[in-house]
Write a protein that binds this ligand. Sequence first.
Ligand SMILES: NC(=O)c1ccc[n+]([C@@H]2O[C@H](COP(=O)([O-])OP(=O)(O)OC[C@H]3O[C@@H](n4cnc5c(N)ncnc54)[C@H](OP(=O)(O)O)[C@@H]3O)[C@@H](O)[C@H]2O)c1
Length: 269
Amino acid sequence: MPRINLEIWKGDWIVVTGASSGIGEAFCHALAAKGLNLVLVARRQERLVALANTLRERHGIQTLVFAADLSQTGVARRLREQLDAGGIRPRGLINNAGAGLWGEFSRHPAQAHEAIVQVVAAAPMALCAEFLPSLRGYPESLIVNVSSPAAYQPVPYMASYAAAKTALQHFSLALYQELKGTGVLVQTLVPAPSQTEFDDRAGAYQSGVGDVRRPPEEVVAACLANLDTERPLAGNAKGLYKQRMFAGLFPVRMVLAMVAKMFKPPAGE
Ligand SMILES: NC(=O)c1ccc[n+]([C@@H]2O[C@H](COP(=O)([O-])OP(=O)(O)OC[C@H]3O[C@@H](n4cnc5c(N)ncnc54)[C@H](OP(=O)(O)O)[C@@H]3O)[C@@H](O)[C@H]2O)c1
């Protein structure tokens, strides 16, 4: 018996945050193709409306656009209240919205770091809390929290983003265990570096991370392929086991120095 078979969820609702580009947009296309109705969340309303129109025309699904800034507190509650009022009880929640900040910590204002922590870690937790009662009302339901290889060790020059992703990843794995056997599958999804708007918007520069970027559809496919396995972790990022061993077993100073070398901005950046 597959743990989750989305084919029989046709007509159920899934909330996708960060739906206006990249991995979130790819999730929307893949889920709409399975006949799932979608709540699209991000700030850029025009993009969400255009995507919603395309998905409705192409797949005959229903959509709801919720334009909001997840760096503000209280958004999760407002979204849940709006869905309650419309009689929408989501069966899935894809916590995908995220943004990063490359460069020295001190180059960015406190507010920018606060926003990263809110969008990457606090908002997904709040969304899980708001929607768990709805999710638990189904025989099986799904939470996907989109993490990052940055969650596996501290990342100098991307310090607040990596710390926030670590918080999200630990939260997500802990929730997986708490909800095991309840019907709610919590998947922590770790994308490889992907061809999205993320790096440009985060102010990425030439670094030791490399230039290879995977298409966003690839990580979405990895997520969906793992829904019948009950594995806590899924994704298309390579070498995570080694990364975890390296961060856990090697002296902290060595780990920090090696990661700093990869992310250090070029002179003048
Ligand atoms: N790309 C990579 O290499 C990579 C690698 C590992 C993990 N990830 C993670 O994958 C997820 C998706 O990123 P992506 O690569 O698809 O990047 P992306 O193309 O930049 O998409 C990010 C999405 O998050 C939304 N978002 C950002 N800040 C928001 C805010 N304050 N409120 C609401 N929505 C917000 C953006 O929409 P608006 O700007 O319209 O609000 C956009 O839809 C993120 O969690 C990211 O950390 C990405």
